[in-house]
Write a protein that binds this ligand. Structure first.
Ligand code: SAM
Length: 217
């Protein structure tokens, strides 16, 4: 349903309150979550669940991330208008839309064809100018590097040099890194050619990253 209603807007405002209570402080992130109708990106038979603070199954055994997780990753990236952002794992397209309304230039890679195609069509319908790529995001996207920000929305077995090397100086990467059950949210800031600073921000549970540098080849 590509229609927004007072009821759904109200549920969205309630979700934003919940995220504030859970510690999300970035006004820009909260505004973006209030602005983007998450139900547009949700399986249409379950729209009543779109504003619950939960991850939810989409096609092909994948998920639309939990709003809290989207908020944490986006807040960590400190998105500025004009940032060139690479997303790994387009999925439903919701995270890309959040980045786009915050003024980023978004390049999003997905490895599952049906998800790539659906997201591409949805962005077109919504007038969101987001570049969608079908491919293996575990390699990043060297053709378009370097990026100001890189966000990985699938669980990586380790921090990937293939990605950190594609950051601009002062660029940031956020990625869930760990085993298949639980991952730490790692923020990497590139301070020089060979100088990276790493901080950790809580535990999460993502679907696995596949591909060359993922869990399965
Ligand atoms: N960002 C998404 C959203 O807003 O709905 C949620 C993404 S879901 C948690 C993770 C996605 O990563 C899945 O769609 C999965 O197919 C994709 N994925 C896994 N490995 C990948 C890879 N090597 N390259 C690109 N996408 C990958």
């Amino acid at each position: 349903m590509l229609k927004d209603t007072y009821k759904l807007k109200g549920q969205r405002a309630q979700l934003v309150k919940e995220l504030k209570n859970e510690g999300i402080t970035s006004v820009n992130v909260l505004k973006a979550i209030e602005a983007v109708p998450r139900h547009f990106f949700f399986p249409k038979d379950f729209i009543d669940k779109a504003y619950e603070n939960i991850a939810f199954p989409i096609d092909n055994g994948q998920t639309i991330s939990q709003p809290f997780t989207v908020a944490v990753q986006t807040q960590l990236l400190d998105i500025k208008p004009g940032d060139k952002v690479l997303e790994i794992g387009t999925g439903s397209g919701y995270q890309s839309a959040i980045l786009k309304v915050m003024g980023a230039n978004v390049y999003s890679i997905e490895t599952v064809k049906i998800l790539h195609t659906k997201a591409k069509q949805l962005f077109k319908k919504l007038g969101l100018d987001i570049v969608t790529i079908l491919g293996d995001g575990s390699l990043g996207f060297p053709e378009l590097a370097p990026f100001d920000k890189i966000i990985m929305t699938a669980a990586a077995p380790k921090l990937l040099n293939s990605l950190t090397e594609q950051l601009k100086i002062k660029g940031k990467l956020v990625a869930p890194v760990g085993n298949l059950d639980v991952q730490k949210m790692i923020l990497v800031t590139r301070n020089g050619d060979n100088e990276y600073i790493q901080t950790t921000h809580g535990r999460f549970n993502f679907v696995p990253l596949t591909g060359t540098n993922g869990w399965s080849k």
